[in-house]
Design a protein around this ligand. Structure first.
Ligand code: ATP
Length: 457
């Protein structure tokens, strides 16, 4: 599919057709917040459904949770967020813009230098030695690096006291770790098993932007696989493979996806890899797969005083399981899907704009279109009533049939059902395919099965 699409084009298109609107727009917006519109919410929900189906529904050893966003503040001490989470920030003294030092280096070196694992001193020295200037004003007058805590703080209770500070979670995974024992006990499952969750995270990102790519509020789809140490590397490789398969099956072009193994690792990590997608802004992280060792469960044992151990019922051996984490942003993936699906197709002198979504994630599976409003709308409405019990469907009776097809193409509706005299006389409809515009005739009672078969994921 054509993917030389510019970010600006996608942003405008999303606004025009009801995928995504700027947050709080009538008040002039609120930077880096976005509201999903009527078709955007369907698309994103379907992407989440596809993920859940693949990783939870189809895996008997993965269990879902939906943990609270506000957690005991001690969780964020255990996770290290309160003390040290935070990106290394430096300000340009000339233009007062703030940047992430590691990003400056990664951009300067075209991703050759693994800056995320460098100490502050190493980052400052590299920037100095290589004379990396401010991307905004080209100046070379940096402050020292400061750590900046990206957690949003709020207070619990009526007094705004420091003792009542709570945080909006900056990642969903802690909700999975703190429930490790609960899930294991209630499901009576043996290690290895996984806990999955989809939910909102909040980060006071210093350099948000690029539409849905980096926002201050976003949804993560994550799972943590708990296993014995000797099995953990196998699961790490398995999730690298499964994460790539999922992205490809969802419709992302293979040649726009690649693995990016991390050279330098967090002190507790045994391996880490991203899958990158070639966004309009270049190759960027789509998701991460991390081998986190026993770090998370051990830290929660330490801070909560509760032993986060598993006892093997066959051998009686007690141990802290290793964790493999697979984490992907639902909004970032939605952006990749939008960029990847868009095509401008030349038909004669005309341009057809179409979103080639996988039918499973298409906002509407089917559009019901009466050929002539006066004669066919009653029957079409009847059909809509029946079909919409099974699928998200839309109904459109205004404009020429050609225009109506185009309206469905750009929002990615895979099937258009035209209701005409044949429907009144013979109970048949014309079904038009979005991608190749071919048409077939189906009996009314065949529609449901036909769509069901063709939207499978
Ligand atoms: P990045 O390096 O892009 O900041 P990260 O390494 O901090 O990402 P993780 O903490 O591993 O990311 O989060 C897992 C996934 O969540 C990312 O791969 C991405 O898809 C998504 N994600 C992270 N931060 C954001 C954000 N600010 N906006 C949208 N999605 C995000």
């Amino acid at each position: 599919m054509s993917n030389d699409i510019k970010m600006e084009k996608i942003v405008n298109l999303c606004k025009q057709y009801g995928f995504v609107f700027p947050g709080s727009e009538i008040y002039g917006g609120f930077a880096n917040t976005w509201d999903f519109g009527p078709v955007g919410v369907e698309l994103k929900n379907n992407i989440k459904k596809a993920w859940w189906k693949r990783f939870v529904q189809e895996d008997p050893k993965t269990f879902g949770v939906d943990a609270a966003i506000l957690m005991n503040p001690k969780v964020w001490q255990a996770s290290g967020h309160v003390e040290s989470f935070g990106d290394p920030k430096m300000d340009c003294k000339k233009c007062k813009q703030r940047f992430r030092a590691d990003t400056l280096i990664e951009e300067f070196s075209n991703g050759e230098v693994a800056a995320e694992a460098m100490s502050n001193e190493e980052l400052e020295k590299y920037i100095e030695d290589n004379h990396i200037t401010c991307p905004n004003c080209n100046g070379f007058d940096w402050t020292k690096i400061r750590k900046f805590n990206p957690m949003f703080k709020t207070t619990r209770g009526t007094l705004e006291d420091d003792a009542d500070v709570v945080y909006l979670r900056p990642e969903t995974c802690q909700g999975e770790y703190v429930n490790f024992l609960n899930v294991q006990r209630t499901t009576r499952t043996k290690v290895p098993f996984a806990i999955a969750q989809i939910g909102k995270s909040f980060r006071n990102e210093i350099t948000p932007g690029n539409f849905l790519f980096r926002t201050i509020e976003f949804e993560q789809m994550e799972l943590q696989k708990f296993s014995k140490e000797e099995d953990s590397m196998g699961y790490y490789e398995e999730y690298k493979r499964k994460a790539m398969e999922f992205a490809v099956d969802l419709g992302l072009d293979k040649e726009k996806l690649r693995y990016h193994d991390h050279d330098k690792l967090a002190h507790y990590a045994k391996a880490a890899c991203d899958i990158q997608y070639n966004f309009p802004i270049g190759w960027e992280e789509l998701n991460g797969i991390h081998h986190r060792g026993v770090w998370d469960l051990s830290r929660h044992s330490e801070f909560s005083g509760k032993k986060m151990e598993y006892q093997d019922p066959d051998t009686n051996e007690k141990y802290v399981p290793n964790v493999i984490e697979y984490s992907i942003g639902a909004d970032r993936l939605t952006l990749a899907v939008l960029c990847n699906s868009y095509e401008e197709e030349k038909i004669g002198d005309d341009i057809r704009e179409v979103m080639h979504f996988h039918p499973f994630i298409a906002p509407y599976k089917v559009a019901i279109l009466p050929l002539v409003k006066k004669f066919h709308s009653n029957k079409a409405k009847e059909i809509y009533k029946i079909i919409s019990k099974s699928f998200m469907a839309t109904y459109d009776e205004t404009g020429s049939i050609g225009k109506r097809y185009r309206r469905q193409d750009i929002i990615g509706t895979p099937y258009c059902i035209t209701v005409d005299d044949e429907t009144l006389n013979n109970e048949t409809v014309t079904v038009r395919n979005r991608d190749d515009m071919s048409q077939i005739t189906l009996k009314l009672e065949e529609i449901k099965e036909y769509i069901n078969k063709n939207i499978e994921f």
